[in-house]
Write a protein that binds this ligand. Structure first.
Ligand code: FMN
Length: 192
């Protein structure tokens, strides 16, 4: 899931290199750019809690298609620049809708956790050093994964120092390729 509005920005650079490395490893990747899709904010109506075999959201937008893509996949990678110490608004809307539509625990009867067992990782860019810029996002993501029965695999974060300093360099390219390989290895070892 690509959650940056900037098509040629810092997060896009990480996503591009990560996806290329996955392709080189023979891993199929679908990049969904949330700024090109419509995922409205959750209405909190809880209608989804009465549907146990799918998301069951009352809103007619791109959420169900994106939810299905996540449900079909072995791994979900959430890529976002940090905005106000968390993810961008379209990514937050996706997570809000996912946590309710995917967890049938808030209605009259207790139902399934539809994304249980999915593996989740994150690619992040931020202005502050990672431990001060992306720490709250990572903590939120870890808790969401635990709550939804998903497996948190880790975060790759690089700082954008801004000014005249270019974000992209060979260190970041190599490191994000290494991250893709480490995730692949972890999933393979896990799958044995
Ligand atoms: C509206 C806005 C809010 C931001 N908020 C934060 C923040 O809270 N913490 C931080 O470390 N960086 C923050 N940043 C910096 C961005 O996360 C950083 O520049 C990032 O690399 C931009 O990625 P992009 O090129 O994909 O848009 C913010 C940037 C913008 C535009």
């Amino acid at each position: 899931m690509m959650g940056s509005p900037r098509r040629s920005g810092n997060t896009a650079a990480l996503v591009g290199e990560f996806a290329d490395e996955c392709a080189r490893m023979g891993v199929e990747v679908q990049v969904i750019s949330l700024y090109d899709r419509a995922v409205n904010p959750c209405l909190g109506c809880k209608a989804c809690q009465d549907c146990f075999d799918g998301p069951g959201c009352v809103q007619d937008d791109d959420f169900e298609e994106i939810f299905s893509a996540m449900a079909r996949s072995d791994g979900i990678v959430l890529a976002t620049p940090i905005y106000a110490w968390y993810c961008t608004a379209p990514m937050k809307a996706l997570l809000d809708r996912t946590i309710y539509a995917g967890m049938k625990r808030y209605g009259r009867e207790r139902g399934p956790a539809l994304l249980a067992g999915r593996r989740v990782a994150s690619l992040v860019t931020c202005g502050y050093p990672a431990e001060k810029g992306a720490d709250l996002w990572e903590e939120g993501l870890k808790r969401m994964c635990r709550h939804c029965g998903m497996e948190y695999m880790g975060m790759f974060c690089r700082r954008d120092r801004g000014g005249d300093e270019p974000f992209w360099d060979e260190e970041k390219a190599r490191a994000v390729r290494d991250f893709a390989q480490a995730l692949r290895l972890a999933i393979q070892v896990d799958g044995l």
